[in-house]
Ligand binder design. Structure first.
Ligand code: SAM
Ligand code: SF4
Length: 456
């Protein structure tokens, strides 16, 4: 049985796509390995959102293809966003590369790899010099319906949570972002397919699903609202009705499609978790306009307030870009003030990274690295101080934890999450994995909470 090693960079969507690719190899008789040196097939699922992510993937593949001990038949492939954006120029950078597969073609990877590997192994039998010429494949075309191909999952043994991709692509064209060109136009999956997929996951023991989309709340955007409810809210209602499913999350929503029906969903859908990851990007209206984000900061803040009114224990996390072209000190301070006013539970802070063929990359006022770094560190300190304070306030409270598995830092303990998506470490046996248990929070060390099972 040939062995496949997949390394994934980037977002949850990439993780989900890699899982789909893995299922196809397993169905085709291959096995997965997490040891790259024993693999017959090495695939890297790439991210293009920031330059750093691209450099990491290129560096990793460079190291892997140049290993002196590597077996000559090994098939090497790039898939995902960087594969889509760079295409066959990747073969020039890495001559030993065999495959470059774009974001609408994940479901063809098995066939391409299997074909190359078979030919290579057959040829090796007659010709030990093993000519590799002419075997490379670059497929980055669009494919109608490709969003429907991300639907299979690995066996869910020992898992309590799963990602479910409900749509692909983005049409917003934020001026800094490469995603519309790497992921294509917005395409949603049929609602019934998603419901069937979630029901099947629940039958395998899954308790929590996270719905994925670039602008997840634009799911089914071309469908008419029914009783004032968007397709996304109707999907949430359907999933809320599935017996055995306990928790529903989604990421990432955008203020543009965020209407009253979705705010209200936090009032009457008990399985919808009390956490939202809601990218703000900037607190300055001037910068939001340059970013082509179609909202003002007051609108963003009023949405946060409405959601908190609908669900008082809602945790809000966000994405923020610092050092966007032309961002003045005052613009940055507006972002910092917005962070303090909203009181995020946590935030990913990104230094602006110029991306190929995006309008922002050609804007005047590109800022030096030192300014981006200083604003990043300053904002991180603000975000961390708020996060630590919020976590400390949970000490002494009782929280319902979905136990996910052994803690990554200490395998003798278990780790789980609150509905607010905060990690909690507890003592306990493996029989608790996959269960939702009441836990009294006893300690907070900044970002991690510790607790003990609360007596019934
Ligand atoms: N679709 C989501 C939205 O619009 O809110 C976000 C998806 S994007 C892949 C994830 C995050 O990467 C964005 O929220 C943004 O903060 C960040 N990002 C995107 N392009 C970037 C760039 N050129 N430089 C730095 N950060 C970037
Ligand atoms: Fe990128 Fe903007 Fe689309 Fe999000 S909404 S994926 S940031 S273009």
């Amino acid at each position: 049985m040939p062995k496949v090693f997949i390394k994934t960079y980037g977002c949850q969507m990439n993780e989900r796509d890699s899982e789909q690719v893995a299922t196809m190899f397993i169905d085709g008789g291959y096995t997965m390995t997490d040891r790259e040196h024993e693999a017959d097939v090495i695939l890297i699922n790439t991210c293009s959102v920031r330059e750093k992510a691209e450099l990491k993937a290129l560096g990793k593949m460079g190291l892997l293809t140049r290993r002196p001990e590597a077996k000559p038949h090994v098939v090497y492939g790039f898939m995902g966003c960087m594969a889509q954006s760079k295409g066959d120029e990747l073969f020039r950078a890495l001559p030993r590369l065999d495959l470059v597969i774009g974001t609408q073609k994940y479901h063809h990877i098995f066939r391409y790899v299997d074909d190359i590997l078979r030919k290579r192994l057959e040829r090796r039998m007659d010709d030990l010099s093993l000519s590799l010429a002419g075997s490379s494949v670059c497929d980055t075309d669009e494919e109608t319906g490709s969003q429907n191909a991300i639907r299979d999952h690995l066996a869910q043994t020992g898992h309590s949570s799963a990602f479910v991709s409900i749509m692909q692509g983005c049409e917003m064209r934020c001026s800094y972002c490469i995603v519309p060109s790497t992921r294509g136009a917005e395409r949603s999956r049929p609602m019934q397919d998603i419901i069937d997929e979630v029901e099947s996951l629940v039958r395998q023991g899954i308790k929590e699903v996270t719905l994925l989309g670039q602008i997840v709340n634009r799911y089914g955007k071309d469908e008419h609202a029914v009783d004032g409810k968007s397709a996304f809210v109707r999907l949430l209602e359907q999933l809320n009705g599935i017996d055995g499913l306990e928790r529903i999350r989604f990421t990432s929503p955008h203020p543009i499609g965020f209407r009253e029906d979705l705010v209200n969903a936090y009032r009457y859908l008990p399985k919808l978790c009390s956490h939202i990851h809601f990218p703000m990007q900037s607190g300055s209206d001037r910068i939001l306009k340059l970013m082509r984000r179609p909202y003002k900061n007051e609108k963003y803040i009023s949405l946060c307030e409405s959601m908190r009114e609908a669900r008082p224990d809602l945790a809000i996390t966000t994405d923020i870009i610092v050092g966007f072209p032309g961002e003045t000190e005052e613009d940055y301070l507006e972002t910092k003030r917005a962070v303090e006013r909203i009181g995020f539970d946590n935030a990913f802070i990104f230094q602006y990274s110029p991306r190929k063929d995006t309008p922002a990359a050609a804007m005047d006022g590109q800022l030096p690295q030192s300014v981006k770094e200083a604003r990043n560190q300053d904002l991180l300190a603000t975000v961390n101080a708020i996060a630590i304070e919020k976590n400390a306030a949970l000490v002494g409270t009782e929280q319902l934890i979905l136990v996910e598995g052994p803690s990554k830092t200490n395998a003798d303990r278990l780790s789980g999450r609150t509905p607010q998506n905060k990690p909690v470490i507890i003592e306990g046996g493996s029989e608790l994995i996959g269960k939702i248990v009441p836990v009294r929070i006893t300690e907070s060390t900044g970002f991690t909470l510790y607790g003990e099972i609360a007596p019934c």
